[in-house]
Ligand binder design. Structure first.
Ligand SMILES: O=C(O)CCC(=O)C(=O)O
Length: 358
């Protein structure tokens, strides 16, 4: 399958939504088993919220209790919210605002940045290039921050006028948070604190800003289909006014209730591989609604794209052999770039007892 061009003309979901239609086109209608069932959401369950201030505490008990909370969240949920994470709350607000403004610019200004599946950079409306695929109810903007040879600020929106500056500052701070959490995850896995970071090499970092327009029939579609993130760690700045993100837990879909100025952190497939499945990347999806649009910023902290990623040797034992074959992130992400979001099918299809005993 070629990643040269989109297989069909691109339709902006925002334009569809703003046209005032009362039923959604058939291309957005999900099979009944994939549709969101609003009433099935158990309200009393939520993903863990962890205050990272405890990591800098002089008090050893507080520090180790924070490490334990993170360890538990990584094992049990693969998803958690972090508070006091070091990213400036005002900058978080500005980042969200500037992207809301971008999506409300006239269409012709956004179209300048239309993307293609070759790199996905720019303004897009679909993931995957399969002709006739059922599409998600969202548009997005995708850009590279690291490595610096891929960073091209001319591919970032020139409007709103503060957009590039805000992206730069925001990304720098989130990358620092990523480096800090990589150390914590290494320590919690019983590895040297730099072990995961060294396996990632010179990291890649990119931002996808998701825009979910209002939808007249939210019960028939999804803003983003179920998927696990192919990369290392994801730092999601959700819309703090409009819920939508759902995480799969024990067969149920749990709707995340974002805490003010928290980041939602989740484990990606590459950390699942490196940790030899001690930590799992977890499926998630996004619901839309008829009353309010929603914006979220997903920042992906990834390995260098041409390094082989495989289970850390220290975590491979005769009782727990290597579950995954070595693979570069470039090879790995071709799957989602071709097929679009497909639950956890990729990482699960790679896991094989036959990879053991190497
Ligand atoms: O919009 C959200 O809350 C989640 C976005 C997401 O999962 C992604 O961009 O990969």
């Amino acid at each position: 399958m070629s990643l040269g061009e989109w297989p069909e003309p691109i339709i902006r979901v925002q334009s569809l939504s703003e046209s005032g239609l009362s039923t959604i086109p058939v291309r957005y209608i999900k099979p009944s088993m994939d549709r969101p069932i609003i009433s099935s959401d158990p309200d009393h369950i939520s993903i863990p919220i962890i205050d990272l201030q405890g990591l800098d505490a002089e008090d050893d008990n507080l520090r180790s209790s924070t490490l334990n909370q993170i360890s538990w969240a990584c094992r049990e949920w693969g998803f958690f919210q972090v508070l006091n994470h070091g990213v400036d709350p005002d900058l978080m607000d500005r980042a969200r605002e500037v992207w809301c403004e971008f999506f409300h610019l006239p269409m012709e200004l956004k179209q300048i940045y239309s993307n293609t599946p070759k790199t996905y950079e720019g303004y897009g409306s679909r993931l995957g290039v399969e002709k006739g695929a059922i599409l998600d109810w969202s548009d997005y903007y995708y850009l590279h921050y690291l490595p610096s040879n891929l960073k091209d600020c001319n591919k970032w929106p020139a409007q709103p006028s503060s957009c590039r500056e805000v992206i730069e500052e925001y990304s720098g701070q989130v990358v620092k948070l990523g480096g800090r959490l990589m150390k914590i995850l290494s320590i919690n896995l019983g590895l040297d604190e730099d072990r995961l970071q060294n396996a990632f090499g010179d990291i890649g970092a990119c931002l996808r800003v998701n825009f979910y327009p209002k939808c007249p029939q939210p019960e028939l579609t999804l803003g983003l289909s179920s998927h696990s993130d192919p990369g290392g760690l994801t730092f999601l700045l959700p819309d703090d006014q409009v819920p939508g993100l759902q995480v799969r837990k024990d067969g149920n879909w749990i709707t995340v209730k974002p805490a003010k100025h928290a980041f939602i952190v989740n484990i990606g497939d590459q950390v699942q591989v490196l940790s030899n499945a001690t930590y799992k990347s977890v499926e998630h999806r996004v619901r839309v609604n008829s009353g309010q649009e929603r914006v979220s910023l997903a920042f992906f902290y990834n390995p260098k794209s041409d390094l082989l990623i495989e289970p850390a040797k220290e975590l491979v034992t005769p009782e727990k052999p290597a579950l995954y074959p070595p693979m570069t992130f470039d090879e790995y992400r071709l799957y989602i770039r071709t097929k679009g979001p497909q639950g956890k099918s990729q990482v699960e299809s790679l896991a094989s007892p036959r990879c053991c005993n190497r």
